[in-house]
Design a protein around this ligand. Structure first.
Ligand code: FAD
Ligand code: DHB
Length: 393
């Protein structure tokens, strides 16, 4: 069969792209290798930039987010036994972020797509991508025990870091950049009301800790651990003790509760350039990874597909490829800004193994500057709430 735009992957990038293109009357097929329940339950990001929330809202996908999401106007930095708040609206001309889980964004977009009847196939794994240097690229995929071929005008790989899209580009046509960090994050989800109104980013000699949340009843917390750490070494009681130690300030206690999910995530930075080869476009984690500190991963994915939707709409309506041709360069500007921000938040807040004393003093100087200077905290705030996105048509 045939479609205009074939989208590989039903993570936030693929689902949002499918939704934005459907609104413009552009035929799409979204193919996802996993089942619906798996995609809807995969615990990942929790913070939406102002621009991401605005795109969801403007495209009619923000209803539940506006009911259940929590608007956050700042974060707290903790280090050296003290607390320092960074206020977003006063430093950014009124911008803020939204606490609304990736799982919920994904559920909302899946429900909208299924309502419209536009094709979204689960348990449909793409096995091969062909003809991207010609005019009619094809995808081969397996669904319900049979193999199928889908021919299209454009393929968009929204299939994450381990997907098939990026691997289908000749290696000579792609340049990659990578940094692997000497630590991982152990994350828990717990049935306990958050012990704070805003997120706490804590620097401690024993390592970084982050207190986030999903709802007024559910907390999400993270701990820096060694890169090859075994989850079995972290019974719940040890996780809570360590979180309390690293986040301690006088007069504050961390409430504990039943842990419902626990996992370890390695941390890396990665960028593939360009984000296009012939008729194949890369978006989201398929093209780039940031370390999670600063919560940019999901937001970059949303920004990529917002650009791409505008570019594909222009091409579909007027046969004009100007925006499509500019996609990679335009997207990469934001990608590298986010790479730099995530890198600087990560290195400012984590304690590397065998840290040398000079680096430690520099790190402390950066934390103190960020907490005390309006210029430095404005820079953090501006990056955290995110750069404006192009408007929707
Ligand atoms: P994905 O969400 O990875 O979606 C890709 C989809 O493609 C998947 O559903 C996959 O099954 C599908 N797929 C892959 N191959 C194929 C194929 N051959 N055929 C069909 N389908 C295929 N970001 C934050 O900001 N904060 C966080 O706390 C945070 N935590 C994270 C924890 C983990 C464990 C991971 C992996 C990421 C985390 N991120 C976090 C990053 C954020 O979740 C991602 O940036 C975001 O999911 C990117 O969306 P995406 O749609 O590009 O990719
Ligand atoms: C969350 C993750 C982050 O990486 C971050 O910087 C803030 C919040 C979260 O999962 O809630």
């Amino acid at each position: 069969h045939r479609t205009r735009v074939a989208v590989i992957g039903a993570g936030p990038a693929g689902l949002l792209l499918g939704h934005l293109l459907h609104r413009q009357g552009i035929d799409t097929v979204v193919l996802e290798s996993r089942d619906r329940g798996y995609v809807e339950r995969r615990q990942r990001a929790g913070i939406l930039e102002q621009g991401t929330a605005d795109v969801l809202r403007a495209s009619g996908a923000g209803e539940r987010m506006d009911q259940a999401g929590l608007r956050h106007d700042g974060i707290e930095l903790r280090f050296d036994g003290g607390s320092h708040r960074v206020d977003f609206p006063t430093l950014t001309g009124g911008r803020s972020v939204m606490v609304y889980a990736q799982t919920e964004v994904v559920k909302d977009l899946i429900a909208l797509r299924l309502e419209t009847g536009a094709p979204l196939l689960f348990e449909a794994e793409v096995l091969a991508v062909d003809g991207i240097e010609g005019d009619a690229p094809t995808l081969r995929y397996r669904h319900e025990g049979a193999e199928h071929t889908l021919t299209c005008d454009i393929i968009v790989a929204c299939d994450g870091f381990h997907g098939i899209g990026r691997r289908s580009v000749p290696t000579s046509a792609l340049r990659t950049f990578e940094r692997v960090y000497p630590y991982s994050w152990l994350g828990i989800l717990a049935d306990v009301p958050p012990s704070c109104d805003e997120l706490i980013y804590a620097h401690h000699p024993r390592g970084f800790a982050l207190h986030s949340m999903r709802t007024p009843q559910i907390s999400r917390l993270y701990l820096q651990v060694p890169p090859d750490e075994d989850l079995a070494a972290w019974p719940d009681s040890r996780v809570w003790d360590e979180l309390s130690t690293r986040m301690a300030v006088p007069g504050w206690t961390l409430a504990t509760g039943p842990v419902t999910e626990k996992s370890i995530t390695p941390m890396r930075s990665f960028v593939a350039e360009p984000m296009r080869h012939g008729r194949l476009f890369l978006a989201g984690d398929a093209a780039h990874i940031v370390p999670p500190t600063g919560a940019k991963g999901l937001n970059l994915a949303a920004a990529d597909v917002t650009l791409l939707a505008a570019a594909l709409t222009r091409w579909h309506r007027a046969g004009d490829t100007t925006l499509l041709d500019a996609y990679s360069a335009t997207a990469l500007q934001r990608v590298w800004r986010a790479e730099q921000f995530s890198y600087s938040m990560t290195t400012m807040l984590h304690t590397p193994p065998d840290q040398d004393p000079f680096d430690h003093r520099l790190q402390f100087a950066q934390l103190s500057y960020t907490a005390s200077s309006r210029a430095a905290s404005t820079s953090l705030a501006e990056n955290y709430v995110g750069l404006p996105l192009p408007g929707l048509e």
